[in-house]
Structure formats: structure tokens, C-alpha cells
Design a protein. Structure first.
Length: 267
């Protein structure tokens, strides 16, 4: 887990949860933008990804491994004694959803970036059936994720960096895949259990990874007192890496500021 402190007086703390295959190092630009805007940032690498471990890269025993880790990051953010916002991207967004469907945490708001609530492409029916058996007999067997760097973003500079990123994962375990499917399903089943927090959900209109129809469906179902949906028409999956990322950040910042004013923290 890492902590970056704001320049000057901090307004709030942002806990960032990265997506599948990636790690905290890919969020340097976003962390710096938040820091310069007056926010502390807390972030780590999810189990089986980034710098957490080499032995079990791309593997988890349970999706709860993620939610437990995220809760620890939020607990660390409380130490600043400031309002805390949770920002989850893709699978990190799904994990954030699942955490807040199971527990009530002291948060000022939830920000979801292209949350993984459905996939654009699934393995064949044969492979899906086979994965059920393999999950029992060989859960750590690695399979190709089917995702490429070009599918994530149109940003050429980010693509070039990712090509040389040794921490970027290309294979995932059978157990990981089955746990992801189950988490997506339960996110819809337990939608009514979602903690009532102000929500900003942003989705890339040109997403080649996450099914934006499923994302919008979940958004329409979730019973929150305040929720905002924003689609960025030309953006691919990683909206905070896209050419429009400064606009995306400003939109995010405006949401955070509005929530801080709503709770009387800013005037």
C-alpha cells in the first residue's frame, strides 16, 4: 500500500482501486493530478497483481481476497481524518461494488470507472464448460486473458509504456475467471443491498473490454439517493488514460467538490 499526500491543505482522501492485469504504477498521472488538486491518495496492488506476489500472479482463491484488501486501504485512509472517496476502475470497480454490498463503510462517495459488470467477449461455451471442471481439479491453471493493450486505450504513449511493463499480466488462472463471473452475477443479484452513497459512474462509449449495456443496466437498477451516469463517447476502457483524460479528471473533481460542499466540509 502506498500513500501520496496533497500539496498544501488536503480536502479529502481518494482510495484508488486498479483493474485486472494491471497495478498501481499505471496511475501515476492520476495520483499526481489528485495530489496537486489538494487530495491525499491511498492505493495498493490487488492480490496476485503488481508487486504483491510473483508466485500467484493472475490468481486468487476467492474474490473476497480483493474486497478484504480494499477495506484495509480504506481503513488506512481514515487515519487522515478527512472525508474518504472510493474510486474503482474496471475489476476494481466491481470489487468496490461487492464490498459496499456486503459492508457499510464511512465514505463520502463512490466513483466507478468502466466497472466490470459484463464483458464484451466471453470464451466459447466449450471453454466455459471446461473451466467449471478445471476450477475443481486445477484452479491455478493459467489461461490467456484474451485482452490486449490496444483494447484498453487509444493513448499511444500509454500503449508504448505498457508494452515494456513487466508487471502487466497476460494470463489469469481458471479460478480467477470463475470468481470474476460469479462476482459480476452477484453484483446484480445483490444490487438492492448496495450502500446508499453518492455515486458517479463513468463509462467509455467505445469500450472494447466491458459491456457498457450491462453497466448502464446495473446503474439503472441500483437504488441510490444520488447517482450520476456519464458516458465519454469516444473513450475506450481506460478513461483516465485516454486523450480526454484531463476532461475526465475535471469531471471527477467537480463531483468530489460538490459532495464535500453537500456535507458541509467545504463552503
Amino acid at each position: 500500500m502506498w500513500k501520496w499526500e496533497a500539496e498544501g491543505d488536503a480536502k479529502a482522501v481518494i482510495v484508488i482501486v486498479h483493474g485486472a492485469m494491471e497495478h498501481h504504477g499505471r496511475y501515476g498521472w492520476l495520483v499526481e493530478m489528485f495530489r496537486l488538486a489538494g487530495f491525499h491518495v491511498v492505493m495498493g496492488d490487488l492480490p496476485g497483481q503488481g508487486m504483491t506476489t510473483r508466485a500467484d500472479r493472475g490468481h486468487i482463491d476467492s474474490f473476497d481476497d480483493y474486497t478484504t484488501e480494499i477495506k484495509d486501504w480504506i481503513q488506512a485512509a481514515y487515519q487522515f481524518e478527512l472525508p474518504v472517496f472510493l474510486l474503482g476502475h474496471s475489476m476494481g470497480g466491481l470489487a468496490s461494488i461487492r464490498l459496499l454490498q456486503k459492508e457499510k463503510l464511512k465514505l463520502a462517495g463512490l466513483i466507478l470507472s468502466s466497472p466490470c459488470l459484463g464483458l464484451v467477449n466471453y470464451p466459447s461455451k466449450l471453454m466455459s464448460t471446461l473451466s467449471l471442471l478445471l476450477n475443481k481439479v486445477s484452479p491455478k491453471l493459467r489461461i490467456n486473458s484474451g485482452l490486449t493493450i490496444d483494447m484498453a486505450t487509444r493513448n499511444v504513449e500509454v500503449r508504448e509504456i505498457d508494452c515494456n511493463d513487466t508487471l502487466y499480466i497476460t494470463k489469469v488462472s481458471v479460478r480467477w475467471y470463475r470468481e470474476l463471473l460469479e462476482a459480476m452475477k452477484v453484483a446484480f443479484i445483490d444490487v438492492a443491498k448496495s450502500q446508499d452513497l453518492p455515486l458517479l459512474l463513468m463509462q467509455g462509449g467505445g469500450d472494447l473490454v466491458v459491456d457498457k449495456k450491462m453497466v448502464k443496466s446495473w446503474f439503472n437498477m441500483v437504488p441510490l439517493s444520488e447517482k450520476r451516469y456519464k458516458e465519454w463517447p469516444d473513450c475506450y476502457h481506460e478513461i483516465y488514460n485516454e486523450p480526454e483524460r484531463e476532461e475526465v479528471f475535471e469531471y471527477t473533481k467537480d463531483f468530489i467538490i460538490s459532495q464535500l460542499k453537500a456535507i458541509g466540509y467545504l463552503v
